[in-house]
Design a protein around this ligand. Structure first.
Ligand code: 6GU
Length: 225
């Protein structure tokens, strides 16, 4: 899968995909992430990409022309399944959306900034608008990094048994159970006996009960449906 990210602050996206599982996904050739600096594509002087909003009001708006030029160029090069705009007024990103996008083909992700982008680009090009939660970030870059990470690790072949997504929180509408490693006793606190029993059925039952309890306490909304 190829993901093209469009940003006016591309430096914010240098590190998130350069390590760990995102790095391995790219090294394996399963994921290609390309970050584009929107200023490179503007037809205006001095790399200008934003301007005052018509009708007045504080805050700059990203102009349609640079975005249209870059999106048209990308669409000539390959097919895209979705053209996504990261914005706090989008639908809230979640695991089912990540699952679907991980299987659906190439993506363009546009990071908003300032007061956002010209509505005509949203009407003419954008197929999906995503938020990562009910709080405001100073730009869409960190949100885009979250979305790409969540999708990238689900691409078939990226994870192995060790990192399997099957036991993730949310994958079965339950939060993940507690985990322990060595030592078996730390500052007087022992690892739960069930996990030390060697009885796989008992261990699975314990994990399920713990997951259920955690979910009831922290996220009862997940159990409603
Ligand atoms: Cl996608 N962008 C911004 N600027 N803030 C957000 C967000 C996105 N999602 C949650 N807050």
């Amino acid at each position: 899968m190829r993901i093209d990210i469009i940003s006016v602050v591309p430096g914010l996206l240098e590190s998130p995909f350069a390590h760990s599982i995102m790095k391995r996904a790219q090294d394996k050739g399963l994921l290609e992430v390309e970050v584009h600096n929107l200023r490179t594509y503007t037809p205006y002087k001095q790399g200008q990409v934003d301007d005052y909003q018509f009708g007045g009001g504080a805050g700059m708006v990203i102009m349609p022309e640079p975005l249209a030029i870059l999106i048209d160029k990308l669409k000539e090069e390959r097919e895209y399944a979705e053209i996504i705009f990261m914005t706090p007024d989008g639908i809230t990103f979640n695991q089912p959306i990540a699952n679907r996008l991980s299987l659906g083909g190439n993506l363009i992700i546009i990071c908003g900034h300032y007061k956002g982008i010209d509505q005509r680009i949203r009407d003419m090009y954008i197929t999906m608008e995503l938020s990562i939660g009910d709080y405001v970030l100073s730009g869409g870059e960190l949100a885009a990094a979250v979305v790409v990470d969540a999708i990238g690790r689900l691409i078939p072949g990226v994870l192995n048994d060790e990192t399997s997504a099957l036991t993730d929180s949310f994958q079965d509408n339950l939060l993940a159970p507690p985990v322990y490693t060595r030592p078996a006793e730390f500052r007087g606190v022992k690892v739960p006996a069930e996990l030390m029993s060697g009885n796989h059925k008992l261990i699975e039952e314990w994990r399920y009960q713990q997951a259920l309890e955690r979910t009831k306490e922290r996220r009862p909304d997940l159990l409603e449906d």
